[in-house]
Design a protein around this ligand. Structure first.
Ligand SMILES: [Zn+2]
Ligand SMILES: [Zn+2]
Length: 149
């Protein structure tokens, strides 16, 4: 069923509005981080945990995955903004925040988080779930449109 999903159409575009796209993407990313922090920080009563924040250690011999929980995120909200955080198991600065696919709910590390120093190209900003091949931004846009905004 996955073969024919045409989420990747934006990759064929020309050069003319690259700057505009980059600006829009940067603004969207900043907004998403802000919303995420707001969501985490306002989550005092953990009822159904609307958004799970999970990290993975990129050290090949460690590979630890952990969820810091609302209390720790509140104490250290910069965790969400830092390209690398300290792994609680091997103590290296090798932890990276994972993305939860809104569709299949599995976690992955996006290309941009793997390469935080890479240039902001639309290709790098793209967030495609390796499990179900969903383009996250595209998917969220479609969900918003479905809700009528
Ligand atoms: Zn580790
Ligand atoms: Zn997925």
């Amino acid at each position: 069923m996955l073969g024919n999903v045409d989420f990747g159409r934006s990759s064929g575009g020309g050069k003319k509005s690259d700057k505009l796209i980059l600006a829009a993407v940067a603004v969207a990313a900043a907004g998403a981080v802000g919303l995420l922090i707001a969501a985490v920080l306002s989550d005092d009563k953990v009822e159904e945990t609307p958004w799970v924040v999970r990290f993975q250690c990129l050290d090949v011999t460690c590979g630890h995955e952990w969820e810091p929980g609302a209390a720790q995120l509140k104490a250290d909200p910069e965790m969400l903004l830092s390209p690398r955080v300290r792994c609680p198991r091997c103590k290296g600065m090798t932890g990276v925040q994972m993305t939860q696919c809104p569709r299949c709910k599995r976690f992955f590390v996006s290309a941009r988080r793997l390469n935080p120093d890479a240039p902001f190209t639309p290709e790098m900003m793209k967030n495609v779930c390796p499990h179900c091949n969903t383009d996250i931004m595209q998917w969220q846009k479609e969900q918003r449109e479905k809700k009528g905004r």
